[in-house]
Design a protein around this ligand. Structure first.
Ligand SMILES: [Ca+2]
Ligand SMILES: [Ca+2]
Ligand SMILES: [Ca+2]
Ligand SMILES: [Ca+2]
Length: 611
């Protein structure tokens, strides 16, 4: 087994402090010619043009591969990054995923000093100094659970903060809106992997970026004994490559992107991590599964704050809340609130600190039924709640029975039994379709019990809303698959279960759209909505029995990069549209529902919130 980092022996000697899990493998690529540019004192200033990636270019110019591929065109992958040593050579790939963040593999950078790293962004030929951008690294954030689970190189992810933002366009990462993007990287889809790594197992790298197409494999295949067995962990790994071998990523490609071509351009769903050799039969490349719920959530929570919407002071108008995140022991882990005045949101106020680490899923909901929404966090093993006092969240903390949550689950908060207190609902992301509920007692949680046997299996987008107006929240899922886009409902019986799953709309929120639930018109029943990338928002109004009737309510709201949601900003019992841009401006946009057929003109309701 080996990771796909490029670390020739000479490089290890030059950086003895930079130990690597893969030391023992370095000999496999010792025929790579290493230049002498790795002395920090030798080349303190980036020798634009001279940084060859430590490769013998004459040997690397053979017209092949990554393994079995071919050269990329100039400008084809503007988000591609070469991770190298300052004044030295390439050793890993990476990808620009936000203006100030580069994604790579944990095993490439763990334990390193950020000051020793240099990034080349958007360069195809590592020798061509006229192209791309050079950036230094101010911070390395390694996944806190890297290498702590059962499989090989679990959670092999790291983010590098850039010293100054890149001007290149970042690549989109899979799963930004729960699971709707899963459709683009289903098994058998042909994915693309790119890198400057070895052209064959044990061979030299390439100065010219290489690309190759590899089929996405099923988890079942990758977990077979003759493939990777238990070393393959489906929660965090995805395998790609022909079963017969011949096409693969290899040493020097580690940290680079595994990409799929969607209707909207490139999307990254994997990070080059490890494999047995390169391009061997039944030994495909194994990639970090960044499209999984939990890894996407972690990535997102490093790059951005997490916004939420709820009425935290109990005046009937929904307010906005943001969770800043941070790591255990490091912070910041603040929670800010901006209260609605009926039209816009006031100044941000600090209402809590030390809440929701990176990767934990924060939410808001009224745990004790006093009309004020409280803050929640779904962690690896528990559900936490802190009560609102109307001016902060220091009204007491409650924790679920230990082990009741799983970081792969999709957690939701809603009142399923109609007692006015929001309950915790957990949708299993392991494909079983189990739905569990923990009822709120107002001062604690009841036992975790199964309320549905099969609802919203992996790849769907589950939500809760009272669609029949009996004050009990029902479960709703959007299938969002390649050949179907159903909205399916199972009604709460108020005490122990959700009923039979029934299709209420047979075409709503197909893959690539962002679904939501809310009450948009003047009845007491919750409806559904979907945000389309072109700015259209459709609403499906509930008839309370068996149907959501779809209509276009606006054609000018939101941008795909926004976090799109709904809430009742003005307290008229109708949900309005809310978009958090989460960019440098971090504007919050609102469009008010007219209660019948449309949303008003979008306006900025807060000028800087949840960047
Ligand atoms: Ca309020
Ligand atoms: Ca409350
Ligand atoms: Ca309840
Ligand atoms: Ca209901």
């Amino acid at each position: 087994m080996n990771t796909r980092i490029y670390l020739p022996a000479a490089l290890l000697l030059a950086f003895p402090a930079c130990d690597d899990p893969d030391d023992s493998e370095a000999g496999e690529i010792d025929d790579v010619v290493v230049d002498d540019g790795h002395d920090a004192g030798d080349d303190a200033i980036e020798p634009v043009g001279g940084s060859t990636g430590g490769l013998d270019l004459t040997a690397a110019l053979a017209p092949q591969t990554i393994v079995g591929g071919g050269p990329a065109s100039e400008g084809e992958y503007p988000f591609m990054v070469s991770v190298g040593f300052a004044g030295g050579g390439h050793f890993c790939g990476g990808s620009l995923v936000a203006p100030s963040w580069v994604l790579t593999a944990a095993h490439c950078v763990q334990g390193r000093d950020p000051a020793t790293l240099s990034l080349k962004i958007g360069r195809t030929d590592l020798n061509n100094a006229a192209t791309g951008e050079i950036r230094s690294v101010s911070q390395i954030v390694v996944h806190p659970r890297y290498q702590t689970e059962a499989g090989d190189y679990d959670n092999d992810l790291a983010l590098l903060a850039l010293s100054s933002p890149s001007t290149r366009t970042p690549v989109e990462i899979a799963g930004p809106h729960t699971a709707s993007d899963r459709v683009w990287w289903m098994p058998n889809v042909n994915a693309t992997v790119i890198g400057w790594g070895a052209l064959w197992e044990g061979g030299p790298g390439s100065a010219i970026l290489q690309e190759v197409q590899v089929p996405v494999l099923t988890d079942t295949y990758a977990a077979q004994a003759h493939v990777y067995g238990a070393r393959f962990n489906r929660a965090v790994h995805v395998a790609a490559g022909p079963m017969a071998g011949g096409l693969d990523s290899c040493q020097g490609d580690s940290g680079g992107p595994l990409l799929t071509w969607t209707a909207y351009g490139w999307q990254q769903f994997g990070v080059v991590s490890w494999g047995d050799g390169c391009a061997r039969p039944d030994k495909p490349g194994v990639y970090t599964r960044i499209g999984s719920q939990r890894l996407h959530r972690w990535l997102r929570s490093v790059i951005h704050e997490t916004p939420a919407v709820g009425d935290v002071n109990g005046d009937g108008r929904d307010d906005i809340v943001t969770f800043t995140h941070g790591d255990s022991g490091a912070g910041p882990l603040d929670v800010y609130v901006a209260l609605s005045n009926g039209t816009s949101f006031g100044a941000a106020q600090l209402w809590a600190d030390w809440w929701a680490h990176r990767g934990h899923a924060p939410m808001v909901g009224d745990f004790n039924g006093d009309g004020r929404d409280d803050i929640w966090a779904f962690t690896e093993a528990d559900v936490y709640v802190a009560l609102s006092r109307g001016y902060d969240f220091n009204g007491g903390v409650y924790v679920s029975p230990y082990g009741s949550a799983d970081s792969d689950d999709i957690g939701r908060v809603a009142d399923v039994n109609g007692d006015g207190r929001d309950d915790a609902v957990l949708f299993a992301a392991d494909g079983t379709g189990d739905v569990h509920v923990m009822l709120s007692t107002g001062t604690g949680f009841g036992p975790k019990t199964k309320w549905h046997e099969y609802f919203a299996p992996e790849g769907e987008t589950p939500m809760l809303a009272d669609v029949n107006g009996d004050y009990r929240a029902d479960i709703v899922t959007f299938t969002q698959s390649m050949n179907g886009a159903q909205a399916i409902v199972a009604l709460s019986n108020g005490s122990s279960s959700f009923g039979a799953a029934t299709v209420w709309n047979s075409w709503f929120a197909p893959a690539g759209e962002v679904p939501a639930v809310g009450s948009f018109n003047n009845d007491a029943r919750a409806d559904i909505a979907t945000f389309v990338r072109n700015g259209n928002v459709y609403v499906g109004t509930s008839n309370g029995v068996n149907n959501f009737a779809s209509a276009l309510w606006t054609s000018s709201f939101g941008d795909w990069n926004d976090t799109l949601t709904v809430g009742d900003v003005n307290g008229d019992y109708r949900d309005d549209l809310i978009a958090f841009t989460q960019d440098q401006n971090a504007d919050v946009w609102v469009a008010l529902s007219n209660g019948a057929s449309g949303f008003g003109s979008p306006y900025v309701a807060h000028s800087y919130f949840a960047p």
